[in-house]
Write a protein that binds this ligand. Structure first.
Ligand code: URA
Length: 324
């Protein structure tokens, strides 16, 4: 709370980040993967399911993606919560298991653990219930400790601003982006940040299992244009940063190709199988898969315009559609 109220200077923020990394292990990778290890992290939003199609799309392009993600934080959704709506999915994997999955599939999406940035696991859960989420130094240390522990060749940050973001104004988002990028670069990771709007949900669906379904649509080469654009553009920048494309636009074309030809979907299914989903379920996952039904909605507060918002409770499939 003291940090939330008083802030920290860049040296203090850097020290906190390094100490959080040192609370666990730093992942190591085979020499032949040098240059190929990439990741993207968002500062959090509503309906932000970009990581779900992006990690396998990058793997389908030949990259290695050891993504350490988070759960819901404040009002923003969590990648791990979304993936757990697929029966059997586990986000708990040791560094050795991650290495194996990266060998066989090319990407994995895991959570913090006793081995991996345990300090962030504790602080993350604590911030969620103590009104200390929207703090520039705490967000910086939280995001960057996970990314530094991954030993990356390149990183892109999607820094959100707007009514549903942690940073309400573009100026706040710029400050956060500068803080994140300067920590990344100082710790040896080529890092860039996009500043993107979060006044409306990304895509048409909000709610854990619905977001998985929408991510599967994107992996089938379909789905909402704004989601596909974020996936192809962030992926395009990463492919360019790690030398797999001559420009970000050529990188974006490569990502679009693996979404359209089914190879990213195959990587997603393999990642699901490698992370605990029964082979028959994993191998048949598609946008018509039944991931369960919502029993009820506890509370509904929607402030948006021109969107169809699908809502779920407890991460199961929505029964309701709201035109607002
Ligand atoms: N994502 C994180 O990992 N941490 C934050 O504090 C915000 C977004």
């Amino acid at each position: 709370m003291a940090i939330r109220l008083c802030g920290m200077n860049s040296e203090e923020t850097m020290t906190l980040t390094k100490e959080m990394v040192a609370s666990g292990c730093v992942l190591t990778w085979p020499e032949e993967w040098r240059g190929l290890l990439v990741d993207k992290h968002s500062t959090g939003g509503v309906g932000d399911k970009v990581s779900l199609p992006l990690a396998p799309a990058l793997a389908a392009c030949g990259c290695k993606v050891p993504m350490i993600s988070g759960r819901g934080l404040g009002h923003t959704g969590g990648t791990l919560d979304k993936l757990e709506s697929v029966p059997g999915f586990s986000s708990r994997h040791s560094p050795e298991q991650m290495l194996e999955i990266l060998h066989s599939v090319g990407c994995c999406i895991v959570g913090q653990s006793e081995n991996l940035v345990p300090a962030d696991k504790i602080l993350y859960e604590m911030r969620d219930v103590t009104a200390t989420v929207d703090s520039l130094p705490l967000i910086t240390a939280s995001v960057m400790s996970k990314k530094v522990a991954e030993s990356l060749s390149a990183l892109i940050l999607d820094v959100k601003f707007g009514e549903a973001a942690q940073s309400p104004t573009i100026e706040d988002a710029r400050r956060l982006a500068h803080s994140l990028v300067s920590v990344g670069v100082s710790l040896g990771i080529p890092t860039i940040a996009l500043i993107t709007n979060m006044d409306n949900p990304i895509g048409h669906c909000v709610g854990n299992s619905l977001e998985v379904i929408e991510a599967l649509k994107c992996l089938e080469g379909k789905g909402p244009e704004d989601l596909r654009e974020l996936v192809t553009r962030t992926g395009g920048y990463l492919l360019w940063l790690c030398g797999q494309a001559v420009s970000d636009s050529q990188g974006a074309e490569k990502i679009a190709k693996v979404l359209d030809d089914g190879s990213a979907l195959q990587c997603f299914r393999k990642m699901m199988e490698a992370q605990g989903v029964q082979p028959d379920i994993a191998r048949s996952l598609n946008s018509n898969s039944n991931l369960g039904n919502a029993s009820h909605i506890e509370e509904l507060i929607v402030q948006t315009t021109g969107q169809h918002v699908y809502l779920t409770h407890n991460g199961s499939l929505s029964l309701h559609r709201y035109d607002v």
